[in-house]
Design a protein around this ligand. Structure first.
Ligand SMILES: *Cc1c(COP(=O)(O)O)cnc(C)c1O
Length: 391
């Protein structure tokens, strides 16, 4: 089973038509943080997810950082985050001088809303509109919710919790551009557009890419003004260079946006391919004893960004780690779930609440190739490997 051509986990799907845009940036000299593509890309994203306005930035991480800052999270505060996520969802909490509190995931891989509610109810006091952590005596100001692998988190429950406890919600939608709700209070609403702020990423492994980049959306105009302002060095007077606050160099470049305006037009076709490949995998993997592909929520239209397979060692015959190793040796790029964040060195002293499920998924999950340019033949090759490696 020596596959000559590697099957990558997740790679960009770029068209040469982007060169036309890039050529224009070179010819006009607009290669930096000004130029028509930036505005156009922001407008296209805003209109796609159905909001008034979007503000671009250098990365998803930068967008999360700015969102926390403008929502008033600062030194001495705490922010509730999931432990089963990519670390970029958590690090910005530290950038603003706050500390994270880690919550478990449920079987959707998203933050467990019941445990979140139990934590707020049992481990915190709610006095005068403020949530105070009983253990640390610190105020909890916000929750960062991640729509893991493009599967929407339960926003109805989360927004109820927000109302009840007066908390800010930041939707880390870096993996979920294009996912939306089909049923309930938020039917028709896109991930990222429900909380106080939503953040998208255009890093190379995301569903669309600008090489690197991010975007913040919100229904709060003032908040977006502030994010835009802080992202360009907080320049109060552009002629005399007056700065009344500490800002950042967090702007997206026109070259990045030149990629984005083309990529966003292709997003729906990428999601279509990802859905078709997911269904091919699903039908095949259902036949393999000991493997299970995780479902996406059926009351949503997910973007099918990453596919997750759970390995039952007893039934499958080899362990998750053996399977990972063998697939990678066979040139089929797979990886485990991220190392849980509460176990990472910088976060060992932070509080974690009842973390159990995340440990199971950390131990038993693999992500299989899922690029939007993955062919049917490649899917078959992955499936063939999964069948033949069973003992
Ligand atoms: C990719 C990702 C980010 C960060 O986005 P960048 O654009 O790479 O900075 C944040 N959170 C999660 C969950 C991600 O997957």
């Amino acid at each position: 089973m020596d596959n000559k051509k590697p099957v990558p986990l997740s790679v960009p799907n770029l068209s040469l038509e982007i060169l036309e845009n890039v050529k224009e940036t070179i010819e006009t000299g607009w290669v930096s943080t000004g130029g028509r593509f930036i505005k156009e890309f922001e407008e296209k994203i805003a209109s796609y997810v159905g909001v008034e306005r979007a503000v671009s930035c250098q990365s998803g991480t930068a967008g999360l950082h700015l969102s926390l800052e403008v929502l008033g999270v600062g030194p001495g505060d705490e922010v509730i985050v999931p432990t089963a996520t990519f670390i970029a969802a958590v690090n910005p909490v530290k950038y603003v001088g706050a500390e994270p509190v880690f919550i478990d995931c449920d079987d959707t891989l998203n933050i467990d809303m019941n445990k979140l509610e139990q934590f707020l109810e049992n481990e915190c006091n709610y006095i005068g509109g403020k949530v105070i952590n009983k253990k640390t005596k610190k105020q909890i100001k916000a929750i960062v919710v991640v729509h893991v692998f493009g599967n929407p988190a339960n926003m109805e429950k989360l927004m109820d919790i927000k109302e009840k406890y007066n908390l800010k919600i930041i939707e880390d939608s870096t993996e979920a551009l294009g996912s939306y709700f089909l049923e309930g209070r938020y039917a028709g609403k896109y991930c990222g557009t429900i909380g106080d702020a939503g953040v998208y990423s255009f890093n190379a492994n995301k569903i669309i890419t600008t090489g690197g980049g991010g975007m913040v959306v919100s229904n709060n105009e003032e908040l977006l003004d502030k994010i835009e302002f802080l992202g360009v060095q907080a320049k109060t007077d552009p002629l005399y260079f007056i700065h009344d606050e500490i800002g950042y160099n967090y702007r997206m470049t026109n070259i990045q946006a030149a990629f984005g305006t083309d990529q966003i037009d292709r997003l729906e076709s990428f999601i279509q391919t990802k859905m078709e490949n997911y269904n091919l995998y699903k039908n095949a993997i259902e036949e393999i004893d000991g493997l299970m592909i995780l479902p996406f929520r059926t009351d949503t239209r997910p973007n099918y960004w990453f596919y997750s397979v759970i390995v039952d060692k007893e039934k499958y015959g080899i362990s998750r780690d053996e399977l990972l190793k063998k697939l990678n040796n066979n040139n089929i790029q797979t990886r485990p779930l991220w190392g849980l964040i509460h176990k990472q060195k910088p976060y060992l002293k932070n509080q974690g609440y009842n973390i159990e499920k995340a440990l199971f998924y950390e131990e038993n999950l693999i992500n299989i190739p899922c690029s939007s340019n993955l062919t049917e033949e490649e899917v078959s090759l992955v499936v063939k490997n999964l069948k033949e490696l069973k003992r």
